[in-house]
Design a binder for this molecule. Structure first.
Ligand code: CU
Length: 68
């Protein structure tokens, strides 16, 4: 299991937090996702053998937020 912290722009409220976390958690290989609104980050626990960091970023972008 790997852990990564991705910087995300545009998340402003609890709804944004939920959207991003939910989108990530529905991916195969993602164990957990936790958004920190103040830090503008999302911490993700994932299995790199199943899902790539690139894929995680793509999923966040597709949800409508900007990955830095
Ligand atoms: Cu919001």
């Amino acid at each position: 299991m790997a852990n990564t912290v991705i910087h995300v722009e545009g998340m402003t409220c609890t709804h944004c937090k939920m959207s991003v976390e939910k989108a990530l958690k529905t991916l195969d290989g993602v164990q957990g996702a936790a958004v920190n609104l103040e830090a503008k980050t999302v911490a993700i626990d994932f299995d790199p053998a199943v899902v790539s960091a690139e894929n995680l970023k793509k999923t966040i972008s597709n949800t409508g937020y900007e990955v830095k």
